[in-house]
Design a binder for this molecule. Structure first.
Ligand code: KIV
Length: 263
């Protein structure tokens, strides 16, 4: 049976870590879900790791629908989050249309949007329509041309902006939040302030759960793997055991360790 939002909320309330990995096709989605991973993210990182682009920007709504459909054919157990790609939410109308396609045509359980104040009205509208929404703050890959791939600053003003954005997303109906490359102390503060699960990537060990890009955690990234990731396949004899090791180490708090901290 597929995990539900209320199942994940209960896990969060019990203080049990939530595990998430990206997947982009049916076979990997099948094995990721079979390993016990709670959530599959069909990330627009597919633009880089599957399509070979330099950034996530070229990914279209059609491509997100196509990959989410494939994932949901292979995935029977995990909650499935689909990314709203760059510029799919320039108007409320276009955001609702993209989210409708991801939910109705592709079978996503939740959509994820990057940004803070700019997306609040969209988050609220989606939430009122019954669409579960996951926010994404910290390093925003869709804004890479403007800000670069930078770790979130931790000075008091920047930290307050991040915390305010996180609280505003929650107040407007976000059910979950991804924090990317946020210094661990700040990620811990956001996690303890919010009452929704915070899923970290490169944001230390105190978040409610962890997400990694599948290719990074299998050590098959083209070029350099991010410092916050770990090659689980290097310590395993198969892809299936690498996935199980990831679930085990996130659940027990062994991953991420201090050596995976970015700031
Ligand atoms: O697209 C993606 O894979 C993501 C993760 C980096 C969280 O958004």
């Amino acid at each position: 049976m597929r995990k539900t939002l209320s199942f994940l909320k209960k896990q969060y309330q019990l203080g049990q870590k939530i595990t998430c990995l990206t997947a982009y096709d049916a076979t990997y989605a099948h094995w990721v879900a079979a390993s016990g991973v709670d959530m599959i993210l069909v990330g627009d990182s597919l633009g880089m790791v599957v399509q070979g682009h330099q950034t996530t920007l070229p990914v279209s709504v059609d491509e997100m629908v196509y990959h989410t459909q494939m994932v949901q054919r292979g995935n029977q157990q995990a909650w499935c989050i689909a990314d709203m790609p760059f510029m799919s939410d320039t108007t409320l109308d276009s955001a609702l249309t993209a989210a409708a396609r991801l939910m109705k045509e592709a079978g996503a359980n939740m959509v994820k949007l990057e940004g803070g104040q700019r997306i609040l009205k969209t988050v609220q509208a989606l939430s009122e329509m019954g669409v579960p929404v996951c926010g994404h703050l910290g390093l925003l890959p869709q804004s890479v041309q403007k800000y670069g791939y930078k770790i979130q600053k931790n000075d008091p003003d920047s930290a307050q902006i991040l915390l305010d954005d996180a609280l505003a997303l929650q107040a407007h109906g976000a059910e979950m939040l991804v924090l990317e490359c946020v210094p661990s102390e700040l990620a811990e503060k956001v996690t303890s302030t919010l009452s929704i699960p915070v899923i970290g990537i490169g944001s230390g060990r105190q978040t409610s759960g962890q997400v990694l890009v599948l290719h990074d955690m299998l050590g098959v990234t083209m070029g350099k793997s991010p410092r916050f990731s770990k090659d689980f396949l290097a310590e395993s004899d198969s892809i299936q055991s690498a996935l199980a090791l990831y679930v085990h180490q996130v659940t027990t708090g062994e991953f991420p360790s201090a050596s995976h901290e970015v700031g």
